[in-house]
Design a protein around this ligand. Structure first.
Ligand code: FAD
Ligand code: SIN
Length: 537
């Protein structure tokens, strides 16, 4: 049900479960809970917006008869530079097939083809780091098909109340119990400008990643790391923030806003070339274009920096017009809009920030350090991705952990407690007369992160970023406490905190591994440990 605030007179709302975020993680969790629980599902933008909606390549799952759990685990562990939690990866790989079946039951129309006996089966595509064809997909617009199906079901479910354009400011923690518990959240309704209290027995962060902390990103505007920042302020541990993934191939065009060119284009034979047409990936890895993303992005970055190039090129024109149009209809049309015919010519590509491998530390059910608070999807650090995520493992992680969290919440012994929660106090703040400060600080954070905490790092660059971010932290902190909050300020406050967590995690890792590559520490440590930051220490 879509909720219109005008029809609700209570300033404090009560739910069994408050789910913050309506991507694949939040929506699938809501649908799995709604038979028994009353759910509030929040999105700070429209209900369909989020990284999930833009997913192209697909969902990794062990389906093919030549594939196995063991192979999926080993590919994931390899891409993750030996830092994944093998038990978690095995759990996800084992449950992957069941989650695809669940989506099919909900009428998600995965692309099919025929086997050699003429029987229909799921068409599985290939992406970097996968030793098998393992990616179930809906052409090149997998996320859109899944999100629209799940949104439709959620809108028609009487136990799910949907609140669009509602941004959570902070989590609410009980202070009186011996053990602190999450009790819900303060939420700004962006249309009415009111802050309301959402009380809930269980609260779930499904807020996605933080790639917007970088100047160039494949992500939509909402990926500002809000969930990570809120969990940190609520006392939860955050891990592996130095591992921010850069996708190797985004369209290079001033108006394309880093539009993603799916790794499946390389999976289906696309070659990376220099302006003179020379391929270069063979110099970096024997898997060439199908090496894991960290390796391909670093190779492109190196070619661009050493040769002074604005981009490299991706070429799949040799596969012919029919193949390109059939396999990549969305990408083909989008490129054409910018004047490039993918079926006839090579296209300019550059890397851009794509995925946050670190996040809020959870156990195998999505539970965080704070009772009553779960984190599911890109916001979470479950141990699945290690130092670099394997392509198409994210949507699968969202689906598997949403299922596990739903079970844990249903089995939970946490009871509804009538708890007095104070209203949001705005008596000490005024309207800002310097909104330009917010805009300026946004730009400065994102540019500093891109220039100093990007694909290749050094101690000096990280120190530079740390000192700039510390200054911005102070300024934003003061601004936040003196002026009325709005959506931009809420996001800025979260973004600067996430930037600080990334920089301090990067500074503490004295090796090069996966997505963290430092010229000062080019070697790998023998026994790598996750970087765990604890706000209580
Ligand atoms: P999202 O889908 O990002 O949703 C986040 C939600 O949280 C949104 O509803 C947002 O409004 C809400 N939110 C955030 N902060 C707040 C707040 N403060 N208050 C209220 N609401 C809030 N992965 C794959 O596995 N396969 C792919 O093919 C693939 N392709 C991709 C292509 C692109 C272009 C991108 C950007 C990513 C891709 N990924 C892919 C990664 C994957 O899509 C994401 O990791 C995944 O969709 C994250 O899902 P999520 O539910 O955790 O968050
Ligand atoms: C892509 O299609 O290249 C994106 C896949 C992913 O991020 O997993």
């Amino acid at each position: 049900m879509c909720i219109n605030y005008e029809s609700i007179c209570m300033s404090q709302l009560n739910y069994d479960v408050l789910i913050i975020g309506s991507g694949v993680a939040g929506l699938s969790l809501a649908l799995r809970l709604a038979d028994t629980h009353k759910v509030a599902l929040l999105s700070k933008v429209s209900i369909t917006e989020g990284s999930s909606r833009y997913a192209q390549g697909g969902v990794a799952a062990v389906i093919d008869k030549d594939d196995s759990i063991k192979l999926h685990v080993s590919d994931t562990f390899d891409a993750g530079a030996q830092m994944c939690d093998k038990d978690v990866v095995a759990m996800v790989a084992k449950k992957s097939g069941g989650c695809i079946e669940w989506l099919q039951k909900l009428d998600v129309q995965f692309t099919k083809d025929l086997d050699r006996h003429g029987n229909e089966r799921l068409h599985l595509t290939q992406e970097g780091g996968h030793s098998q064809r393992r990616i179930a997909h809906v052409d090149d617009a997998t996320g859109k098909e899944i999100i629209y199906k799940l949104v439709d079901l959620a809108k028609n479910h009487e136990n799910i109340d949907i609140y669009e354009h509602h941004i959570v400011v902070d989590l609410i923690k009980s202070k009186s119990d011996k053990k602190a518990t999450c009790r819900g959240a303060y939420v700004l309704d962006k249309k009415s400008d009111n802050i309301r209290v959402f009380k809930a027995t269980n609260t779930v962060l499904a807020t996605g990643g933080a790639s917007k902390v970088y100047l160039y990103t494949s992500n939509p505007d909402c990926s500002t790391g809000d969930g990570i920042a809120m969990a940190w302020r609520a006392g939860c541990r955050i891990a592996n923030m130095e591992f921010n993934q850069f996708h190797p191939t985004c369209l290079y065009h001033p108006k394309a806003k880093s539009f993603l060119i799916s790794e499946a284009v390389r999976g289906e034979g696309g070659k990376l070339v220099l302006p003179n047409g020379e391929p270069f990936m063979h110099k970096y890895d024997e898997r060439e274009e199908l090496a894991p993303r960290d390796i391909v992005a670093r190779a492109i970055d190196n070619e661009m920096k050493t040769r002074g190039l604005e981009s490299v090129y991706l070429d799949i024109s040799h596969k012919g017009e029919n193949f390109v149009k059939e396999h990549f209809p969305t990408i083909y049309k989008k490129c054409l809009k910018f004047g490039f015919d993918l079926s006839k010519e090579r296209i300019p590509v550059v890397p851009a920030a794509h995925y946050t491998c670190g996040g809020v530390v959870t156990n195998e059910t999505g539970a965080t350090d704070l009772p009553g608070l779960y984190a599911v999807g890109e916001v979470a650090y479950t141990g699945m991705h290690g130092a670099n995520r394997l392509a198409s493992n994210s949507l699968m992680e969202c689906l598997v952990f949403a299922k596990a969290a739903a079970k844990a919440i249903k089995d939970s012994e946490l009871e509804h407690v009538e708890y007095e929660i104070p209203e949001w106090d705005e008596s000490q703040v005024t309207d800002s007369d310097e909104a330009v400060v917010v805009l300026h600080n946004w730009d400065e954070i994102r540019r500093s992160m891109w220039d100093y905490v990007g694909i290749v790092r050094t101690d000096k660059r990280l120190e530079r970023a740390a000192s700039r971010i510390a200054l911005l932290q102070n300024e934003i902190h003061e601004y936040y406490w003196n002026f009325k909050v709005n959506s931009d300020l809420i996001e800025l406050r979260n973004l600067v905190l996430v930037a600080e967590l990334i920089v301090s995690s990067a500074m503490s890792r004295r090796e090069s591994r996966g997505l963290h590559y430092s010229l000062d520490y080019p070697d790998k440590m023998i026994r790598p440990l996750p970087t765990v930051l604890d706000p209580k220490k």
